[in-house]
Design a protein around this ligand. Structure first.
Ligand code: 13P
Ligand code: SF4
Length: 310
């Protein structure tokens, strides 16, 4: 393990690469990354980097986003098959068909959660992440109906928080819908003093039990600022590593599902140190997108990055 980490760092220097990693990556990947964060932070990092090569340790749509904001750079992903069930629940052809079903005067404003393919981004008006979704939706022109894709749970939460009605695409994340009302009630009874911190991709039954609903990055600041000593974390398991590393004096309890306390995203966990070494050695696999798709998908992402700063 130590040798592999050394090798990744050596190749990173040789390739003049930057390693960006999502909060759900394994401990060893987070430890060799230059930046670890949520989808929003990773998008800003990808846009700002001066490195020639970006090794993106996350899932495919995240690496695609890095390519879209930085088309001239080489963007590598350790495993090209690292997809996302939520992204898969909204194929671009299905979204295009839905949009074609509206009369021209009634076409909705499409707000797409960043967990979607470049093809879906290209059909959207603005992108959002779990970290800025409320802020983004509040800035959509008031005279437009909104179609929110692809996560129905995040969309429902944003509607509640922003007061803005939206039509919701019926997609979800297979990891977050595994947490149930009963499983969280049970862990709460065991640790009554520990606030429940949940990701907005969880179902409403779970969100209603949460003391805080937020993006993975906000989980870090919430737990840092809270006076509580222990927290129940209701999201993918990699988050616990990030929290324990940043806040070693606090205790983090994984939110259980009805079956286990090991909510692993099988896609996020496809990336390994071995695959990182291979990607840096061979400069493969790379993210490739057509110039048309790059250009069209950049518009709603750039809009998001601007609106998010407001
Ligand atoms: P964040 O943007 O909150 O990190 O979430 C990304 C994700 O894939 C959640 O499942
Ligand atoms: Fe997609 Fe869910 Fe995995 Fe996040 S945790 S990458 S939404 S499948």
């Amino acid at each position: 393990m130590a040798d592999l980490k050394e090798r990744v760092l050596e190749l990173k220097r040789q390739r003049k690469a930057v390693i960006l990693a999502h909060n759900y990556q394994t401990a060893e990947i987070q430890e060799v990354a230059d930046y670890v964060g949520d989808s929003l932070g990773l998008s800003y990092q990808a846009q700002a980097t001066e490195a020639e090569v970006i090794l993106f340790c996350g899932v495919h749509f995240m690496a695609e986003t890095a390519k879209i904001v930085n088309p001239g750079k080489i963007v590598l992903i350790p495993d090209l098959n690292a997809g996302c069930s939520l992204s898969d629940s909204c194929p671009p052809e299905d979204l295009a068909a839905r949009l074609n079903s509206y009369p021209e005067s009634k076409k909705p404003y499409v707000v797409a959660y960043i967990n979607c393919s470049a093809g879906v981004k290209a059909l959207s008006d603005v992108i959002c992440t779990s970290g800025n979704a409320i802020k983004i939706v509040k800035q959509v022109p008031a005279d437009r109906d909104i179609l929110f894709v692809p996560d129905q749970n995040l969309g429902e939460w944003v509607t509640q928080q922003s007061g803005r009605a939206m039509e919701l695409w019926q997609g979800n994340c297979y990891v977050h819908i595994e947490f149930t009302h009963q499983s969280i009630v049970r862990i709460r009874q065991e640790f009554p003093e520990a606030p429940v911190v949940a990701h907005p991709e969880c179902t409403r039954a779970v969100r209603l039990l949460a003391d805080e609903v937020c993006s993975t990055e906000k989980m870090v600041s919430y737990c840092r600022e809270s006076e509580a000593k222990a927290f129940i974390i209701v999201t993918e398991s990699g988050m616990l590593h990030r929290l324990r590393r940043e806040l070693p004096e606090k205790t983090f309890i994984p939110g259980p599902t009805d079956h286990c306390a090991c909510a692993d995203c099988r896609y996020m966990k496809m990336n390994t140190l071995e695959k990182m070494v291979s990607a840096l050695e061979t400069l493969e696999p790379q993210i490739h997108l057509t110039p048309e798709l790059l250009e069209r998908a950049r518009l709603p992402i750039t809009r998001m990055l601007e609106w998010s700063r407001n």
